[in-house]
Structures are given as structure tokens and as C-alpha cells.
Design a protein around this ligand. Structure first.
Ligand code: ADP
Ligand code: ASP
Ligand code: MG
Length: 457
């Protein structure tokens, strides 16, 4: 059994869906279970509809919604679906009617809660999977549309809900048993779940990868395949460096660091369920299915290059807290972290000196409350428009002189907050946002001037 997850670009239009049907058809013997994202950009558009409505701009929101409907109908009709009043046509109409009602409610109340955001966002995946199921049927495959909300059971932390694994694992096995017995190909929505009391939730942006891993782990699948729009995990984001090379094999630990520090190609949480059950993960290109992609596995083979990939995240805020009271005192760090914890704001990188602490945060929305609290314990200064760069490689701990290669490539840049995690497989630092492209390109040139042909293509 294999789990195949198709991201937004892999289901973005009629052509992509046709390509996808061919990929699945070639894997029928391996008992594929399908997980799909919303059609590319739909999630953002649906959230924009909700935000527009909550500002009281009812007609503008309804017009945006009508455009999203038009696109879904148009792509479905190109595939010969929803032409007559078939079930897909009915489903699309029903979903958009429900969304219009939500928009009217939002416009009247002028208030948008995370719960309603999840309710609206969930329609993206529900629409794409309805169309996809019929595409598979039309290509001669017996497909069964599933409701991921019956299986992925979460807490009520809307927009970033935590998965309740005991309930979820059991529900997945129970829901799938009859479908698999009937020889059908199940089609699940990625990204969405529900609380114990039945409210729709989402598990964080980019979460369809995570859904695939959760289902794969529950079923002890042989392989989890993440089908996307690039050849696999690359030495850096190919949108930033077009010479980026494909990595053939990478360890779970390395992939987790990369994902956490911004390599969007894989949702960071994806690794957790896969590691738990030691299931290999493949990252593959749905536009070039003949490519072998990247294998993520427990242990990667030895590599001559010290760094395997460079990840980065821009739009980061650095918070510096200084206090002479920290000198020789204990409990200072604890107090700082308690404040971030209270506002549920994750901290990515931390560096300390004897009298100050610097922390980076990705989400600055609760920052002013946090700063008010921090000011009670020290002097606070905030720097916006920063980027984190993270060089990852199992081999970093073995190869001497790595730091001189990394920092040698960045000689003209001001670097802050250099840190190396305890796992010693990453080197992380912070620079100004506007220097990010030159830093990543310079680093990439220096590190991958020569590559180990066993690991990179
Ligand atoms: P999907 O919709 O299939 O989930 P995403 O857009 O979430 O796809 O992720 C794929 C994108 O991740 C690629 O188009 C690429 O620009 C970006 N990316 C960032 N870092 C990397 C990397 N190291 N290797 C490959 N892709 C990366
Ligand atoms: N559609 C969701 C998003 O855009 C989930 C995903 O694509 O993985 O975040
Ligand atoms: Mg993604």
C-alpha cells in the first residue's frame, strides 16, 4: 500500500488532473491511497473572501467567491465533468451555496473567528477531491471520495489544530477497511480535520503533506509519496537559485530541519508520523513522473559535501531582551519563554550572551502584547525585516573547516545570531531581508561548486 499526496499545483487545472490520473493509473497495483490539496491558490483566495466579508464588503466577497466557482466549474467541464447535472455539479453548487451563506453571515457580523476561517478554507480541498474522484472514475479507476473529517480528529486549536493520534489512527483504519476491501482507490482531502464535537478544523498551512504522513503511518504504508512541482528536495529553493541540484537521499533529521527553517517543499510535521513507523517518504515531480525524486529515509548514506541543503525564511522579527539582572541570575530565560508560551508564539532561533537574549519569531501578530510583558523584565528592542538562513547536513559535524566555507561566502554581509543546534546538523544565522538573495546564491555557489555524485544530481 502507498499513500500519494498531490499538492496544489498538481491539481491546479484540468491538464494537471489528467497527468495525475496517469500517475495513479501506473501505480494501481501498489494500492494507492490518494490525498489531495485544494487547486493551487484556492486556500488563499477562500481566506481572502472571508476577510473581505468580515470587513463588511459583502458584494466584493461574493464576487470573489463567484470567480472561484467559475474556475472550478470551468476546469471540471474541460474534463467532461459537471457538464450535465451530475453529482460533481451538484456538489460544487451546494458547497458554493453554503459558502455564500457564510459570507453573508460574516458581512453582517463583521467578525472573523479562526473557526470560521477553517470552515471556509476546508471547501478548497473538498472541491478538488470531488472533481479528482470523478477524473479517476472517468479514467477507468474505481475511486471512492472520503471525508477526511471522519478520520483526522484534532483538538480545537483552529487554523493549526493538533492531531489526536489515538482517535485518528483508529478512525483511519475503520474508515478505510470497507473501501479497500471493495478494491476502491480512496481519495482524501489533505489539510482538514474535525474536533471531537464535530467542528471542521485545519492542521496548518501546507498541511496536506502532514495528512498524507498521518494516513501512511496509521496504515503502515510501504511508501509515502509527496507529488509536487519540483524534482524533489533540492539543494535550495530553485525559485531562488535556478542551478539548485536534486538531492537523491536525505535523512529524516535533515529533512525536518530544512522543512522547519522554510523549505516549503515539505511540511515540517510530515516527518513525525513517518519516523514513528519508519516509513520512507519520496518527494516527486508530478510534471516529470519519470524522475526518481528524493528519498527521505532513516539514515542517509555518507556524503562528501558538508552541507546538503540551504533553507531560508524571510519576514522574520528579532526580539532582543537585555538586562543586567540576568548577570549571574537564574530563571531569566524561563521568564522570557513563559511569555512567548502564554501567547502561543513559537520561537525559532535563540542566542544568548551574559546579559542579553535574542530570539526570532515568524508570526509577529501577538508581538506587541509580548513586548509589553518583556519590558517588565528587561530592555527590549525589536528588529523587523530579517531572514533566517539554515545550512543543513548530517556531515556538518564531521568535516572540519565548514564554518570557514559558509562564512567565507558571506564576507560582505552583516550576520547575527549564529547558532548550531544540539543535533549539530545545522548552522543557522540571521541577516537582513534585502540581502537574502545574494547571501543564498553566494552560499550555494561556494558549497555546491563540487558535488558528491552519489547524493546529488
Ligand atoms: P505543493 O503545492 O505541491 O505542496 P509547495 O508550493 O508547498 O508545493 O512546495 C513546493 C515548492 O517548494 C517548490 O515549488 C519550491 O519553490 C519550494 N522549495 C523551497 N525550498 C525547496 C527545496 N529545498 N527543494 C525543493 N523545493 C523547495
Ligand atoms: N491547501 C492548503 C494550503 O494551501 C494545504 C496544502 O496545500 O497543503 O495551505
Ligand atoms: Mg505544500
Amino acid at each position: 500500500m502507498i499513500v500519494c499526496k498531490f499538492g496544489g499545483t498538481s491539481v491546479q487545472d484540468a491538464e494537471a488532473m489528467t497527468r495525475l490520473a496517469q500517475i495513479i493509473s501506473a501505480r494501481c497495483k501498489q494500492q494507492p491511497i490518494i490525498v489531495a490539496s485544494a487547486m493551487g491558490k484556492t486556500t488563499n483566495q477562500l481566506l481572502e473572501v472571508a476577510q473581505t466579508a468580515a470587513k463588511g464588503k459583502r458584494q466584493e466577497a461574493l464576487d470573489l467567491l463567484a470567480k472561484i466557482k467559475e474556475r472550478h466549474l470551468r476546469e471540471a467541464q474541460k474534463l467532461g465533468i459537471a457538464v450535465t447535472e451530475d453529482w460533481v455539479y451538484e456538489t460544487i453548487n451546494t458547497y458554493f451555496k453554503e459558502m455564500r451563506d457564510l459570507v453573508k453571515g460574516l458581512a453582517a457580523l463583521c467578525e472573523l473567528t479562526p473557526r470560521i476561517m477553517d470552515a471556509i478554507a476546508s471547501y478548497g480541498e473538498r472541491l478538488s477531491t470531488a472533481i479528482l474522484t470523478q477524473v479517476l472514475e472517468n479514467n477507468g479507476m474505481p475511486a471512492q471520495l472520503m471525508d477526511a473529517r471522519q478520520c483526522i480528529i484534532t483538538d480545537d486549536n483552529f487554523t493549526r489544530a493538533g492531531v489526536l493520534f489515538d482517535l485518528t489512527d483508529r478512525a483511519i483504519v475503520e474508515c478505510l477497511r470497507p473501501v479497500i476491501k471493495a478494491g476502491k482507490i480512496p481519495v482524501f482531502q489533505g489539510f482538514i480535520g474535525r474536533t471531537g464535537s464535530g467542528a471542521t478544523t485545519t492542521i496548518g498551512r501546507g498541511g496536506s503533506d502532514y495528512t498524507a504522513a498521518i494516513i501512511g503511518a496509521a496504515l503502515e504504508a510501504d511508501d509515502i509519496q509527496i507529488w509536487t512541482d519540483v524534482d524533489g528536495i533540492m539543494t535550495t529553493d530553485p525559485r531562488m537559485v535556478k542551478e539548485a541540484r536534486r538531492i537523491r537521499v536525505i535523512s529524516f533529521d535533515e529533512a525536518a530541519e530544512l522543512a522547519y527553517f522554510g523549505a516549503k517543499v515539505l511540511h515540517p510535521a510530515t516527518i513525525i508520523p513517518a519516523v514513528r513507523k519508519r516509513i520512507p517518504v519520496h518527494v516527486l515531480n508530478s510534471y516529470r513522473p519519470e524522475q526518481e525524486g528524493t528519498l527521505i529515509t532513516e539514515e542517509a548514506p555518507p556524503c562528501e559535501n558538508p552541507v546538503k541543503a540551504i533553507a531560508f525564511k524571510s519576514g522574520i522579527t528579532v526580539v532582543n531582551v537585555a538586562s543586567t539582572r540576568m548577570l549571574m541570575a537564574y530563571g531569566f530565560l524561563k521568564k522570557i519563554f513563559e511569555i512567548f508560551d502564554h501567547y502561543k508564539v513559537p520561537v525559532d532561533v535563540v542566542s544568548t550572551s551574559e546579559v542579553s537574549v535574542s530570539l526570532t519569531v515568524d508570526d509577529a501578530s501577538a508581538l506587541w502584547d509580548i513586548i509589553t510583558e518583556l519590558k517588565k523584565i528587561g530592555e527590549v528592542n525589536v528588529e523587523g525585516s530579517k531572514s533566517i538562513i539554515c545550512c543543513v547536513g548530517d556531515n556538518l559535524k564531521n568535516i572540519p573547516g565548514v564554518l570557514s566555507i559558509v562564512f567565507g561566502a558571506l564576507q560582505d554581509l552583516q550576520i547575527q545570531m549564529i547558532s548550531q543546534g544540539a543535533s549539530a546538523i545545522n548552522i543557522t544565522f540571521v541577516i537582513d531581508d534585502d540581502r537574502l538573495p545574494e547571501a543564498v546564491r553566494g552560499l550555494h555557489d561556494a558549497i555546491f561548486a563540487r558535488v558528491d555524485p552519489h547524493i546529488f544530481v
